[in-house]
Design a protein around this ligand. Sequence first.
Ligand SMILES: [Zn+2]
Length: 355
Amino acid sequence: MIIGFAALIGVLYLMKIRSYDMYEKEPLLTLLAVAIFGGITAIAISLFLYDFVEVRHNFLDAVFKIGLIEEASKLLALMFVYLFIRKDFNEIVDGIIYITAISLGFAVIENVFYALKDDQAILTIVMRSLTAVIGHIAFSGYMGAAFIIHVKIHRNYSGLLLALALSALAHGLYDGVLFHERLNFLFIFVFIVLVMGQLWMLKILLGFSAFREELTDASFTETGETVSLHCPHCALSEKPKAVQFWNIRAAICDFCGHLLVHNQNIRHLTTYFRPALNARSFTKQLTRKNRSEFLDSNQKILFDAKSMTLCAKPAELGTWLAGTNIADRERILGLPLVGFILKHLGMRYLMPLRV
Ligand SMILES: [Zn+2]
């Protein structure tokens, strides 16, 4: 029962992780197999390496022994698993998705070990699922990113080393504050920073995906309904046709053919076409404006503040979104420190490709 319960939570996490892989989802069964066999491989390597060291509960050992051993084991497990998933390992973000599956398998097996030693097994699993499992996921993404660039884009040994160092540091910081009596109040802060950092990197990698569709005149399909939306471009629309693409609902002006994207759907549009940007705050900023304005220098992309509608010809909107997505990526890679780290993890090899 303990194993079943721990595994069930693992599967739920796996499905959640898969939901972030929005352009080309990895097969669930492949992910499950990677979690199981990758997790077992990583645990086995860890147990082997732990035989050679003695671990004390302090910061240094948390980084240089626990962190380094467990993260190196996950990276080696990914290298091994890669031999079987070459075909599916085809999108930059897959690096994070697959190493996350391995981390998940690792954490679930670890949970079972801890629970079997504990009288309150179920409680232990629940508590660890909310902390250690998410923690393990948040440590390792750097290595996944560096590894997929290494095998698919450009030789990236220095990126792999940097990624291993970052993952070991993240892992050590997490364990270190837990071990430290006077610093353990910082745990929740460290935890949130690590998780947010990982999610952000995943979104940046999605920005580089070659599987994102371009927005063209043919992207949106009619749903057969009409909606009552005002067209800021011609002001003549009577019955705009409702259209949909992915989970973006919009309308096409029946008079001038402009695409009308209303309010919250601007957020979905941003999430899909500019994943590296924080869609929520971008939409908030936009809807807080009290006058209409063009978002581009060519004056093609109009945001109408009164009706909270984005209005543009679909193909022109597509060109603008593709261009701003590249600008988003370059802005992030140009940031001090964070940009430097991301570039040296291997993203500098993605820059000129503009895929
Ligand atoms: Zn119109």
